[in-house]
Design a protein around this ligand. Structure first.
Ligand SMILES: Cc1cc2nc3c(=O)[nH]c(=O)nc-3n(C[C@H](O)[C@H](O)[C@H](O)COP(=O)(O)OP(=O)(O)OC[C@H]3O[C@@H](n4cnc5c(N)ncnc54)[C@H](O)[C@@H]3O)c2cc1C
Length: 398
């Protein structure tokens, strides 16, 4: 029997869930607060664990038109530019994990998912924009209901909170849960046209530069035509993290300049080539402690709504997609009456992996940003055991 789901949030996670539900023959109402879907975000890396799931959702061919296939992951010093270690990606990953390592613009991935969802038809997935959900309720044990600020209401067998780090579903269902916390880390993001860069700065690989209290990552997107650059920096010790709303062009540039004063070539030239920066205040939550933090009865969370994380393992969107696929695998073949049981199994299947990714992302931040003599030890270990330390079979094969 068909299950009817309500999905709050039309980001990567919400759309992936809507698509997976439609492919499995279930019906969905998806509510997105934005009046229209726009081109937000910057680059996203997609590990083979994520590409495999996107292929299973039928997006393999469509993805090929938008992604870049980085040749390798290369780690270097941000201070001197000296190479520390590298890991082959192209070819090697496909062989090892059965799927490649891609990089893509978030807007392209979002657009692909949205187009695939719309192809299912409004009977299968009804997408409601300008629908900011503010109230949730249940009707007996059998139905869940949501209402938007403008008075529209929807009812279904299951409710999926895919409404991101500041979403409304989590605090309504778990009023005592702590909100996400600012980490004191800021992401400064930029996109550069590769053909406008000097040849020496163009890139077909993922470059990571390490320095005390910051690191930077650059990789190609949009078939390699653009270079995505992000600098991830810690606030100076004792300084309060900036409020996300405070970032405008001028303050982003000023904060970026303060954070990167000690950076050398070639990263310095790349930073100087950026016409405009956008800053993000990074927030996360402690790793999940159990399935009870992801599901309550007929309500389930997925993606950043459930487990916001630092982007230092490049897997936030990846885990949202994994959640979506796992959720639908549990709902498949179930009746509406069996939804609570299916959601409980979903949370049981997902919480520990999400918690591990959250914890490893935090740990990567500590390692990437090491200063003093201990950073020499890190670099030495990476020189000798680089590929073994950089590859993540537990993650990519999962
Ligand atoms: C600098 C940086 C780099 C990153 N790099 C990577 C990477 O390389 N790889 C990767 O996998 N991930 C990466 N991420 C993480 C990734 O972007 C997020 O984890 C992912 O986009 C989360 O998707 P989501 O659908 O869970 O949430 P969101 O994208 O936040 O979507 C939530 C949606 O819900 C809507 N919403 C919120 N409240 C309501 C409401 N009350 N009613 C209706 N709608 C609502 C919002 O408008 C939004 O559209 C990065 C993040 C950052 C900041």
């Amino acid at each position: 029997m068909r299950i009817h789901s309500l999905i709050v949030g039309g980001g990567i996670g919400g759309l992936a869930a809507a698509l997976a539900l439609a492919r499995a023959g279930h019906g969905t109402d998806l509510m997105e607060q934005a009046p229209a879907f726009d081109e937000v975000g910057a680059g996203i890396q997609l590990g083979p664990n994520v590409v495999r799931r996107l292929r299973a959702l039928g997006l393999g061919e469509a993805l090929e038109a938008f992604v870049a296939r980085p040749e390798r992951l290369c780690v270097a010093s941000a201070l001197t530019g000296a190479r520390i270690a590298s890991l082959p990606l192209a070819g090697a990953f496909e062989q090892r994990y059965g799927a490649p390592y891609f990089t893509i613009h978030r807007a392209d991935l979002h657009g692909l998912l949205l187009a695939a969802v719309r192809e299912q038809g409004a009977e299968q997935v009804a997408v409601h924009t300008g629908a900011r959900i503010e109230r949730l309720s249940t009707r007996g044990d059998e139905r869940v209901c949501v209402a938007s600020v403008d008075g529209r209401a929807w009812e279904g067998d299951a409710l999926v909170g895919a409404d991101g780090v500041w979403g409304q579903v989590r605090p309504r269902i778990w009023p005592d849960a702590l909100p996400a916390r600012p980490t004191g880390h800021t992401a400064f993001r930029a996109l550069l046209r590769q053909d406008a860069l000097p040849a020496a700065l163009r890139s077909r690989q993922v470059d990571v530069w390490l320095a005390p209290r910051l690191h930077a990552v650059a990789y190609p997107v949009r078939g390699g035509d653009w270079l995505n650059l992000v600098v991830l920096a810690e606030s100076p010790a004792g300084e309060a993290p900036p409020d996300a709303r405070d970032w405008d062009q001028a303050s982003s540039r000023a904060a970026l300049d303060r954070a990167t004063g000690h950076v050398g070539q070639p990263l310095r030239s790349l930073l100087d080539a950026v016409p405009a920066w956008r800053a993000w205040t990074l927030c996360d939550r402690p790793p999940l402690t159990g399935p009870q933090e992801m599901v309550d009865g007929r309500v389930a969370l997925l993606g950043d709504a459930a487990h916001p994380m630092l982007p230092y393992l490049a897997q936030g969107a990846g885990m949202a997609i994994e959640d979506a696929v796992a959720l639908v695998a549990q709902l498949d073949g179930r009746t509406p009456a069996e939804v609570p049981h299916a959601l409980a199994r979903y949370a049981q299947a997902r919480w520990a992996r999400n918690a591990q990714v959250q914890a490893r992302a935090r740990r990567n931040g500590r390692i990437f940003h090491l200063g003093g003599p201990v950073r020499w030890g890190r670099d030495l270990a990476m020189r000798f055991a680089g590929p073994a330390l950089m590859d993540q079979p537990w993650l990519y094969a999962g």
